[in-house]
Design a protein. Structure first.
Length: 189
């Protein structure tokens, strides 16, 4: 008798992982684990969340959510990006977000930017996520990508204290200085 071990996991396998405080993701059927984000990562994520909340929710354009939250892109792709913008309320279920949301944002942790730019970007593109942003606090950089012909193309970017405007979201301006500033940062009216 031979025993075969499963190497391609599905959502059913994923949901059986015990809650041990780690962040698990399933990408192309492969299990990935990340450590809890650091303080600066969380501050940058919070500040960007505040800006996106004002634009999308107060403007009636969608709902902004933050990790940990399962985004179920497919049976073998379950991710927990730092920020998620859902434009279609029908995508929200008791399991999390079902299908490709309007926008996924990853705030890169030290030493993990390559993972966000390769492994995650490939899976997000394959699953039809139209907008993918990467925030790199170390480089003080925001990159906004748009899915074009199955690949991500850079649509807008900025560094330091620049402001970034995304063509697909009229009147949304991200003043980068606010992302890198102290805990009391608040978006402009």
């Amino acid at each position: 008798m031979s025993v075969v071990l499963r190497t391609h996991l599905t959502y059913e396998d994923y949901r059986l992982i015990p809650d041990d405080g780690r962040r698990y993701e399933l990408l192309g059927g492969q299990l990935h684990v990340t450590l809890a984000p650091g303080l600066e990562h969380q501050r940058v994520s919070k500040r960007l969340f505040t800006i996106l909340l004002r634009y999308f929710e107060e403007g009636g354009r969608g709902e902004v959510l933050y990790a940990p939250l399962d985004v179920i892109l497919g049976d073998d792709d379950v991710v927990q990006p730092d920020l998620v913008v859902v434009g279609d309320p029908a995508q929200l279920s008791s399991r999390g977000v079902e299908g490709a949301p309007l926008l996924l944002v990853e705030v890169a942790s030290p030493g993990r930017a390559h993972y966000d730019r390769t492994v995650k970007a490939q899976r997000y593109a394959a699953r039809g996520v139209q907008h993918y942003w990467i925030v790199d606090p170390e480089a003080r950089r925001l990159e906004c990508f748009r899915l074009r012909e199955g690949r991500y193309a850079l649509e807008a970017a900025g560094t330091g204290d620049q402001s970034v405007e995304m063509p697909d979201f009229p009147m949304l301006t991200i003043p980068l200085a606010m992302l890198w500033s102290g805990p009391a940062a608040t978006p402009p009216e």
